[in-house]
Design a protein around this ligand. Structure first.
Ligand code: PAF
Length: 287
């Protein structure tokens, strides 16, 4: 099973993965799971460390899931660095890397897909309609494959976290879904594998996203009308050098529903997606 040159055991098949998890269970260990698409950064590693605080053994997966990329998106160029990822995961306390290939995840004849609703509506779905159905299907598979006690997802992908929580609840998947706060660089930029695409000039622009959202969140918390708050934030992002804004939106924090009176009257989250050149960045903050 394990690659002799890897600092970490690597399971390539569901059977190998389950054999490991079964052995741990026999020894009475609890298990946590961190799903990733690799190209790991400190944000992922804090998820692994959080998982390590919550269970005796941590499994991380690295699988660049082809179905969640649309034809025009960056599947072909998405950074891949398995040996480096394995070393980083070992350093963060991970006990096993699950790195299946596409044929293991989607064998010939694979036809089943999960249909999502609720928190998947709007925001990302308005711009990436294929995305959450594909994420829900692969995450359901991964959760079933690992059968961990707890799985840790980053709040950086806040809508994804909400979709996965709803998926686990609706399909009675017995793994607890935990969220962990977004890791940021010293300038407030949310860590993301896609930051690798940014030039130094792009980075300066990207680092303003968090500040613009914080300002808009303060206005929203002050009960300012949300359409104006969102419009002003879009204008501020364009002024900061972003090329295109997909959305800036303030939504209910628990289910991502809209505020019917267009003012914040319950816990809220501000979410945004914006482009610098060909790179799309997302971020969000509590209001
Ligand atoms: O957030 C990600 O990296 C992916 O969407 C996930 C959850 C690993 C599913 O492919």
């Amino acid at each position: 099973m394990s690659d002799a040159s890897s600092p970490l055991p690597i399971a390539r098949t569901v059977e190998e993965l389950r054999r490991n998890v079964r052995d741990w269970r026999r020894q009475g260990f609890t298990v946590a799971f961190v799903p990733t698409m690799g190209a790991l950064h400190d944000g992922h590693l804090t998820l692994v460390q959080e998982a390590g605080r919550r269970a005796d053994r941590v499994v991380a997966s690295v699988f660049v899931n082809p179905t969640q990329f649309a034809a025009h998106e960056d599947l072909g160029t998405y950074p891949r660095q398995e040996a480096k990822d394995a070393a980083l995961l070992a350093g963060a306390g991970c006990a096993l890397l699950f790195a299946p290939d596409a044929a293991e995840m989607y064998p010939d004849g694979f036809t089943t897909a999960i249909s999502v609703g609720g928190p998947s509506q709007g925001l990302e779905t308005d711009f990436r309609p294929h995305f959450f159905g594909a994420v829900a299907t692969v995450v359901a598979k991964l959760l079933n494959q690992v059968q961990a006690d707890i799985a840790v997802f980053g709040e950086k992908d806040y809508q994804q976290l909400m979709v996965v929580r709803r998926l686990a609840r609706d399909l009675d998947i017995p793994t607890e879904i935990a969220g962990a706060p977004t890791e940021r660089d010293g300038h407030g930029l949310a860590l993301s594998s896609r930051n690798a695409y940014l030039s130094d000039t792009d980075l300066e622009v990207a680092r303003q996203l968090n500040g613009v959202l914080a300002e808009a969140a303060a206005k929203a918390a002050d009960h300012r009308p949300l359409p104006a708050v969102e419009r002003e934030a879009c204008a501020a992002l364009l002024k900061a050098g972003f090329d295109r804004i997909d959305y800036v939106a303030v939504r209910r924090a628990d289910d991502l529903g809209v505020f019917p009176d267009a003012v914040v009257d319950a816990p809220a989250r501000i979410l945004a997606a914006a482009w610098i050149g060909k790179t799309r960045l997302i971020d969000n903050l509590a209001v």
